[in-house]
Design a protein around this ligand. Sequence first.
Ligand SMILES: [Zn+2]
Length: 239
Amino acid sequence: MKEQIFSLIELQNITFEMDKLTAGRVDLPQEINRLGEELESIERELKEDEQRVEMLRADHKVKETALKNSIENIKKAKSRLLEVKTNKEYEAILKEIDTINEKNGAVEDEIIHLLEEIDRAGEDLKAKESETAGRRSTCENEIRKMEKELNSIGSELKKVLKRSDETRSRTKAGLLKKFDMIKDRKGGRAVVPVWKAVCYGCHMNIPPQMYNELQRNDKLMLCPHCERIIYWEDRNTDA
Ligand SMILES: [Zn+2]
């Protein structure tokens, strides 16, 4: 009987393996998709940061050019000062120069501020780049691993099915029928250990006399509460 129970336990484990493999066919593609989307969003974030630095640099260039032109205009205005004939004209040009100078001061402030911002954004971008590289490689490794796993499911299932057939052929037909019936009814676990008189299927106590009998391991017994096939397991060795 002990051997037969062992066959059932093995069969049960094989069933769990099969379920896991079958579930992988659904779960793995979903997980691979999710990681792919994560990867895309990581790259998008990095791109946005790069664009921000580029925009700041372009803005800086525009302001530098404007400043240069303004300085040129002041030069021109100053040379016009030498040619004026009236006081009124002279004062007008001076006023013009003042206005340009004032504007230039403001642009210079903006440029200083902008340069600081470019520095900061550049540093942020560097940190982001190294963070992205790490996350990218983690994601890509995960995806590769899962794709490999997914690709091997077919051949793994074949192996497991073969083991299932072998185990079934070693098990008595009546016992198999009982096993399959309980498995279908209980949704999975049909064979469960009992230790210290407790059924590990339903966690209820087995009557003492039945527990004594069970420890002899010489006949098929069912838990009186959950009606699963039970066997005695010495868990002392586990401790
Ligand atoms: Zn039970």
